[in-house]
Design a protein around this ligand. Structure first.
Ligand code: BGC
Length: 758
């Protein structure tokens, strides 16, 4: 292929090359028939194919496709292989429509629970988000369809999305906002990346060379092409120079002229243009449709969507074992969402579903029960006392009820952020009234994001269906009646109040400036650090059985955890592994003195596995601890750095349900030669293992006599160590000779360089 591309480049005119770096139209990459390069099609998704086509009358319509659960639900499965199977099914539908690139997955971090597009994103945690996304990409690309990881990056709000600047620290950028993309590149070789609309620290992403060329391609090895989000490119020449390859959609040749001019006056080189054309051609040749329209079974895909939905729903609460429902008894089914469910969000990801389940039919059909249905609220989701009274009567008559509530379509859409986390008042009032009149009430929520639940203590059971895709009906019914044991776990924290969330003070920012004041403390990292109560924690989800965590062992980098099903039903457990930095034995005495000056979250997710266990069955799960588990991003050295010390490794059923822990000791990363200066924190010399003891001892021996006096006056060794953050400079008033001191320090640095062979 490389030779073919070289050959093509030699035959293309400069104008053809430039036009190749924008699309042919909104949904196609550029073609060049003269040289046999066809146009390939790209379409939105990602939880189903959204292909725009023209009918015989020349009118646009969206081709029908299977609507699988959107990302916010898929992440609750904590199952990358399931995401892979969904990717494969969507790939089959792409092949049936001769589509080469699917514009997804969306993998931005859920910074605020009110971002309008959260339903399209996976998680507040970068590791979980990256792993599930990589599963999806592998499944899709396995079918020969290129995925597109979007929106790269720090695109966490819809408000002023074309102009806002995400003002974020380098550490939060690399530890929170980039890793999921990094996993998509390294573990799934994602073929295209869509850069986002926003700016980061004042610069448009498309023009950020450090991100696009140095990080994405250089550090991570991305080998596909980078396209703009639709109309996201601010200036084409600087974007080219930063490494962005393609502008989407094309802008009628106007900007091609700009680039040609820049080429003529030497601002941009042929090599830079050739690089981009090469990147695009590689993807085109790897993903050419084979000319034959594939086929797929609509029924099979619907069942697959239902199976996926089953794994994504989360049983939040189940007091008195209200669930699973017994068959054969009457049931009040309340709420319009039972018949017309919420199953996806609005905007460019909106799939035209092949069919949509009416949940009441599944409740009836699968369980042979007598159902009394009541609307509960009207189509506009406004309060209607008559409908509430009717619902209360139905619940009383049946003695048990399930209420379907959640956020209406208008609440969750691309282009708008919510101003609050509330459900429609009509839904809250309905739930309060029914729970007051009836003891056995189950609330099934449908929404792509968390909400405040003022009635949470009154409803004995709550199941969150998230947005379950077109086939959610069977999944809901099977879980409610215990034919399927719920196994979803929350991929995001549900806070008690909107005001509790980490981004609350800084979302969506002042005008076009959004300050990421919470820094690395996103999601559970924040709630844990602040020891706040939450409504439902990250990783939470109940089952109809119980699991016991019987042992944990660490052997080198391998951690094994044994889990046993001690209940009476078959069930799946998501075993979660978290790391925490243990306080350093010397420095932990004082606030802020841990991990050599790096603040760390209370815990962070470093592994997970979903296993199925029969009653009484026990399984061992193995996890590999990788370097990044113990690293922080050190902006001073512009890289991740392992911080040595003791760490707790804990196996948990949720981020707030740690079951069993062990400790591992980690050596410092010695690849960065430390430098000693007058501003080096004295204590670091003793606890940071990168400073060899012999060199430090020698330095101390030589340095001490350079200071006059003792105790208060001079350099007192113990005092220097005791005081938080003392540096040598603090005692310079008593130093005999600054030159001599400099000399001693430089000698120590020389020894350090020799020690590290640099
Ligand atoms: C969205 C992208 C989408 C594109 C094409 C943009 O507005 O942000 O996610 O792929 O439109 O529809």
């Amino acid at each position: 292929m490389e030779n073919k591309i070289k050959e093509l480049l030699s035959q293309m005119t400069i104008e053809e090359k430039i036009s190749f770096c924008s699309g042919h139209d909104a949904w196609h990459a550029e073609s060049l028939r003269r040289l046999g390069i066809p146009e390939i099609m790209m379409c939105d998704g990602p939880h189903g194919l959204r292909k725009r086509d023209k009918n015989e009358q020349g009118e646009y319509y969206t081709v029908k496709a299977t609507c699988f659960p959107p990302a916010s639900a898929m992440a609750n499965s904590w199952d990358p292989s399931l995401a892979g199977r969904v990717g494969k099914y969507i790939g089959e539908e792409c092949k049936a429509e001769q589509v080469s690139i699917l514009l997804g997955p969306g993998m931005n971090i859920k910074r605020s629970p009110t971002c309008g597009r959260n339903f399209e994103y996976y998680s507040e945690d970068p590791y979980l988000s990256g792993k599930v996304a990589a599963g999806f990409i592998n499944g899709l690309q396995g079918e020969g369809i290129a995925a597109c990881a979007k929106h790269f990056c720090v695109n966490n709000q819809e408000t002023r999305r074309f102009s806002t600047s995400a003002n974020v620290s380098e550490r939060a950028l690399y530890e929170i906002y980039l890793p999921s993309f990094e996993i998509a590149v390294k573990e799934a070789n994602v073929q295209t990346i869509m850069h986002s609309y926003n700016r980061i620290n004042g610069h448009y992403v498309s023009e950020d060379k450090e991100l696009i060329t140095d990080t994405l391609r250089g550090k991570w090895g991305f080998n596909g092409y980078v396209m703009s989000d639709w109309n996201a490119m601010s200036s084409r020449v600087p974007a080219y120079k930063a490494g962005t390859d393609v502008e989407m959609p094309p802008c009628s040749g106007l900007r091609d002229a700009e680039v040609l001019e820049a080429y003529k006056n030497g601002e941009i080189t042929m090599e830079e243009i050739d690089n981009s054309v090469t990147n695009v051609l590689r993807v085109i040749f790897r993903h050419l449709p084979n000319g034959e329209k594939g086929t797929f079974s609509v029924d099979e895909h619907h069942s697959a969507a239902a199976k996926a939905a089953e794994e994504c729903m989360v049983l939040l609460k189940n007091d008195n074992n209200v669930l699973p429902f017994e068959s054969g008894k009457p049931l009040a089914v309340i709420g319009g969402f039972a018949k017309k469910p919420r199953f996806q969000g609005g905007g460019s990801s909106h799939v035209e579903p092949l069919r949509v389940d009416d949940i009441t039919e599944y409740l009836n059909a699968e369980n042979g029960i007598e159902i009394t249905y009541a609307d509960g609220y009207d189509e506009k989701h406004t309060t209607n006392p008559e409908l509430i009274a009717e619902a209360v009567e139905a619940a009383k008559k049946c003695g048990r009820a399930v209420i379907f509530a959640g956020m209406p379509d208008s609440y969750e859409t691309e282009g708008r952020d919510r101003r609050h986390m509330k459900l429609p008042p009509a839904h809250n009032e309905l739930i309060e009234a029914v729970c007051t009149a009836c003891e056995n009430v189950v609330v099934v929520l449908m929404a792509g994001s968390p909400n405040e639940l003022p009635w949470v203590d009154k409803a004995p059971a709550i199941m969150h269906a998230y947005l379950g895709g077109q086939a959610l009906g069977g999944a809901v019914a099977r879980i409610l009646f215990g034919k399927v044991n719920p196994s979803g776990k929350l991929a995001e924290t549900h806070p008690v109040r909107f005001e509790d969330n980490p981004a609350y003070l800084n979302f969506p920012g002042d005008g076009d400036e959004c300050f990421y004041g919470e820094d690395i403390y996103v999601g559970y990292r924040y709630y844990d650090k602040k020891k706040m109560d939450v409504l439902f924690p990250f990783g939470h989800g109940l089952s109809y059985t119980r699991f016991e965590y019987t042992s944990i062992n660490a052997d080198g980098n391998t951690v094994t955890v044994t889990v046993k099903n001690i209940g009476a039903r078959v069930g799946k457990e998501v075993v979660q592994l978290y790391a925490s930095a243990l306080p350093h034995p010397v420095t932990s005495t004082y606030v802020g003195e841990s991990s050599f000056g790096f603040a760390r979250p209370e815990k962070w997710l470093v592994g997970f596995d979903k296993i199925e266990l029969a009653p009484g069955e026990e399984k061992e799960v193995a996890f590999e601890l990788y370097d990044r588990v113990f690293s922080v991003y050190d902006a001073k050295v512009k890289d991740f750095r392992v911080i040595g010390g003791d760490y707790a490794i804990s196996a948990a059923a949720s981020s707030r349900d740690i079951r069993i822990s062990t400790t591992v000791s980690v050596e410092d990363d010695t690849s960065f030669v430390p430098v000693i200066t007058k501003n080096t924190v004295f204590e670091d010399l003793f606890v940071d293992k990168r400073y060899p003891k012999a060199i430090v001892d020698e330095l101390v021996k030589e340095v001490l006599p350079q200071f006059e006096g003792d105790g208060e006056e001079g350099l007192n060794f113990d005092e220097m160590r005791r005081h938080n953050g003392y540096v040598l400079r603090q005692k310079l008033t008593t130093v005999k000779s600054i030159e001599k001191l400099d000399e001693i320090i430089e000698r120590a640095n020389k020894k350090l360089r020799e020690y590290y062979g640099k």
